[in-house]
Design a protein around this ligand. Structure first.
Ligand code: FES
Ligand code: FES
Length: 182
């Protein structure tokens, strides 16, 4: 059965008709030609298809396109902050966070998601009890990005890249708080 849906991907609206069995990943890649999310396992196990959907990271191979109707999706390609490219893109380059790069778009989206989750005070399995502002050290980052696999084993660089961005953002927040104090 075909259904009309709308997806807003990287700031651009797409109206399309999809079979109700089509996954969000296949709709993005095969129907819209947006190939930044990668198909690795197609079973929700590798994280290479990760995007941010309405601000939350999701594995698109496990989501039906029809269930995503009207949602806002940001892929690694569309990730921006003040800088261009996004600070995570720059950090992955600076810290050798990839080799073949196949897992990288998913890693980048997942990293953006975990930064936002930690900044919102969300704990992970390794966050000490009663912590309201988790510090993104290497252990926290490894836990929070553990759903993203890298067949090349670029994990050291990936963790270093995410940690560098987390530290820079924490410093920036401290500076802003200090500047706002009368
Ligand atoms: S392709 Fe989606 S988790 Fe592996
Ligand atoms: S850089 Fe090759 S799979 Fe991660």
């Amino acid at each position: 059965m075909e259904t009309e849906i709308t997806l807003i991907v990287d700031g651009q609206q797409h109206d399309l008709s999809v079979d109700t069995r089509v996954t969000l990943l296949d709709a993005l890649r095969d129907r819209l030609g947006i190939t930044s999310p990668k198909k690795g396992c197609d079973h929700g196990q590798c994280g290479s298809c990760t995007v941010l959907q309405n601000g939350r990271r999701v594995t698109t191979c496990l989501a039906f396109a029809v269930a995503s109707d009207g949602s806002t999706i940001i892929t690694s390609e569309g990730l921006r902050d003040d800088a261009d490219p996004h600070s995570l893109h720059r950090a992955f380059l600076d810290h050798d966070g990839f080799q073949c790069g196949y897992c990288t778009p998913g890693q980048i989206c997942s990293a953006a998601g975990l930064l936002a989750e930690a900044e919102a005070g969300w704990p992970s399995a390794v966050t000490p009890p009663d912590t309201t502002a988790p510090t993104l050290d290497a252990e926290e980052i490894r836990e929070r990005i553990s759903g993203n696999l890298c067949r090349c084993g670029a994990y050291q660089g990936i963790v270093a890249a995410v940690e560098s961005v987390a530290k820079a953002r924490a410093l920036d927040r401290t500076r802003k708080r200090r500047d706002a104090t009368p």
